[in-house]
Design a protein around this ligand. Structure first.
Ligand SMILES: C[S@@+](CC[C@H](N)C(=O)[O-])C[C@H]1O[C@@H](n2cnc3c(N)ncnc32)[C@H](O)[C@@H]1O
Length: 282
């Protein structure tokens, strides 16, 4: 391996020892291989993509450094936004579908609303959620709204690669400017990624776009950890997200109050395999 990589043998040994101690690599005799969870991330069916997660980790490390600079944070470049969107999500694979099916079982009102046929995904990123939904509900039409054109272009490419471009539309647009009325039965809002000033205008646009009785689903993300092991990751993510102007780790109860301010009614707060979800009705 040293000959192949031109890395000096001792440095290579130290690096491999570090990977073994982190349980990323395992050694049997002379043989080294990725441990099962990391090997799975290199397969097309893996729930997470190793490349996407490594790129995201590099980006987050850089942003943590920039988060303490006196002059405030620079805007994310288009490439950064794409890295963040690719890393923030799971792959729309069979495993992803099985996980999402379990989630839907806990939010039956949302599942029933999707079944009515027209779904809106606000802040769709690279459309993993929308593509998973499209696979589980082969009859639906879905619209994904994504602010960053490079991210929207990747979502469009993925919709075509999944063979659903005829019924999944991606629009590069600011969700605040969605100008449709009573046109959708169900909406998912990627609320953690929306800045404070965009939130109420976005909620108003969603409220307008949903048909009366339509269902909005929001996920509580990054809830405050009670154990020391996860506390440092939470603190670092908070620095980055708050630097973007996004309120960090809003609780399900806070999300319900926020949506109530534009006229949504709380159906319930559900505990699911993807954390707590807020189900709201127009
Ligand atoms: C990371 S994605 C969420 C993951 C996504 N649900 C998936 O399944 O892949 C959230 C996206 O919201 C987008 N966003 C933030 N503010 C927005 C706005 N005002 N209008 C539209 N999209 C916005 C961000 O650019 C980001 O890509």
């Amino acid at each position: 391996m040293a000959r192949h990589t031109a890395i000096p043998p001792q440095r290579l040994r130290d690096g491999l020892d570090a990977l073994v101690s982190l349980e990323i690599v395992e050694q049997t005799g002379d043989e080294l291989r990725l441990t099962a969870p990391f090997a799975e991330m290199l397969t097309p069916d893996g729930l997470l993509s190793l490349g996407d997660k490594l790129d995201e980790a590099h980006l987050m490390a850089r942003l943590v450094g920039e988060a303490v600079e006196v002059n405030g944070l620079p805007m994310l470049s288009s490439d950064d936004a794409l890295t963040a969107a690719r890393g923030a999500t799971f792959q729309p694979t069979e495993v992803g579908r099985a996980i999402f099916r379990q989630t839907l079982d806990r939010v039956p009102e949302y599942a029933a609303a999707i079944g009515q046929g027209r779904v809106l995904d606000v802040g769709c990123g690279v459309a993993s959620g929308l593509l998973t939904t499209a696979a589980l509900f082969p009859e639906i039409y879905g619209l994904g709204l994504e602010l960053v054109p490079a991210v929207a272009a990747e979502a469009t490419r993925r919709a075509a690669a999944h063979g659903v471009a005829d019924r999944i539309e991606i629009r590069a647009a600011d969700a605040r400017h969605l100008d449709e009325t009573a046109a959708y039965d169900a909406c998912f809002w990627a609320q953690p990624f929306f800045s404070a000033d965009a939130r109420l205008p976005t909620l108003r646009a969603i409220h307008r776009a949903l048909a009366p009785g339509g269902i909005l689903l929001e996920q509580e993300l990054d809830s405050k950890p009670t154990d020391i092991e996860h506390a440092s990751a939470f603190a670092l993510r908070r620095m980055v997200f708050q630097g973007w102007g996004a309120p960090f780790a809003s609780t399900a109860e806070q999300l319900a109050v926020e949506a109530g301010a534009v006229g949504f009614t709380l159906v319930r707060i559900a505990t699911t395999n993807l954390g707590r979800m807020v189900v709201l009705r127009r």
